[in-house]
Design a protein around this ligand. Structure first.
Ligand code: GDP
Ligand code: MG
Length: 370
């Protein structure tokens, strides 16, 4: 049955718990603030306090959050979102840094590079590419565990002098499990005596067949250190993006995923989000996981304030009431009431899960003692 504690009911009505206890007493129900009452009783109390009650079931609350269906004519091309993966020391960070420096838009904007967990660059052709820049594989794994799919493709970095290593294999497995296409970037080709055939054959053993061996995985030889062939790697990404025919409707309420979040001393909760559908506007009310807020500011990866962000754009948002977890989805909703309803529902669900787990643990203990 649906139960709610007296305290929680009071919180939701913004009433004193003592007043709720008194109201219950008048109705012949003896309850302390930590006790639970059923939904019918709660509804009676709420009505007495002058509230109009609307019971929300799971489907009610979550409905409409992803309900908007886009038709083909609403869709517009969007930039690809790329994650760089590979074994430690094979040059992921170096490559991400080198690619970022190729941004033609950033150079003009004159902003200062921010480390917000993702960045977008514009290449000379005018195409844009978003790179997810989260430390290690953990964030990607955490996001996948939450069912979030943020990346359109993986660039697998393999150091030419080291070849396929355990984390290379792990990355291959992640990409395959997520059904995300891969581009192989053979890095450190500036080093003397590298053996490309060895790398290709090692990849082959893990079902990654590069084009030169008759497969359809693009292989680009790069040097992150010297900046060699970064243009070719970007071309390969754009080509792969064309094959994927990436599109989204920018003209709807925003939806996306939290990439990173933190509590900033001066600015409060700060979340880096990737917009995946719609346009996120300053002033929007958003729900992110079990947190919500009015978007006070949108800041890009160069620290420049924006009024809005479109699909595939990674931005920092300020104004949330708490810090959501990486991998959680966010969605813009019509008003604060709706935002409160969804977040309270999600927070209650989370508490129930904890309580159920505690209850189960107690049960087990009792079983053991019996
Ligand atoms: P990560 O652990 O994959 O992020 O690797 P890093 O980017 O931190 O690079 C590990 C080491 O390899 C650093 O000492 C880099 O300077 C070096 N490195 C990265 N890319 C290249 C490259 O293209 N050529 C050479 N010679 N060294 C590189
Ligand atoms: Mg690194």
């Amino acid at each position: 049955p649906d139960l709610i504690t007296v305290q929680e009911l009071a919180n939701r009505m913004a009433a004193r718990a003592g007043e709720v206890v008194k109201a219950l007493f008048r109705m012949g129900v003896m309850a302390t603030i930590t006790q639970s009452i059923d939904a019918d009783t709660a509804e009676l109390v709420a009505t007495e306090f002058g509230h109009r009650v609307r019971r929300v079931s799971e489907s009610d609350v979550e409905q409409g959050l992803e309900g908007e269906v886009d038709t083909e004519e609403n869709l517009e091309p969007r930039p690809p979102v790329v994650t760089i993966m590979g074994h430690v020391d094979h040059g992921k960070t170096s490559l991400l840094d080198a690619l970022r420096k190729t941004d033609v838009a950033g150079r003009e904007a004159g902003g200062i590079t921010q480390h917000i967990g993702a960045y977008m660059i514009q290449i000379p052709s005018g195409d844009r590419v978003t790179f997810i820049d989260t430390p290690g594989h953990e964030a990607f794994t955490a996001m996948r565990a939450r069912g979030a799919s943020v990346t359109d493709m993986v660039v697998l970095v393999v150091a030419a002098d080291d070849g396929v290593m355990p984390q290379t294999i792990e990355a291959i497995k992640h990409a395959q499990a997520a059904n995300v296409p891969m581009i192989v970037a053979v890095n450190k080709i500036d080093k003397p005596g590298v053996n490309l055939d060895r790398v290709r054959n090692e990849l082959l053993q893990h079902e990654v067949v590069v084009e030169s061996l008759g497969g359809d995985t693009q292989e680009i030889q790069v040097s992150a250190l010297k900046g060699t062939n970064l243009d070719k790697l970007l071309e390969a990404i754009i080509l792969q993006a064309e094959v994927l025919d990436l599109k989204a409707n920018p003209n709807r309420a925003a939806e996306g995923t939290v990439i990173e979040s933190k509590l900033d001393k001066g600015r409060g909760p700060v979340a880096t989000v990737l917009v995946q559908k719609g346009t996120l506007n300053q002033g929007d009310i958003v729900v992110a996981g079990a947190e919500w807020g009015r978007v006070r500011a949108i800041i890009d990866d160069m620290g420049i304030p924006l009024t809005g962000a479109e699909p595939s754009e990674p931005v920092e948002i300020l104004g949330l009431t708490g810090v959501p977890s990486a991998g959680e989805t966010f969605v813009a909703v019509e008003d604060e009431t709706r935002a409160r309803e969804i977040t309270e529902f999600r927070q209650r669900k989370a508490r129930e899960k904890v309580a159920a787990a505690a209850g189960a643990a107690r049960g087990t203990l009792n079983d053991m003692l019996a």
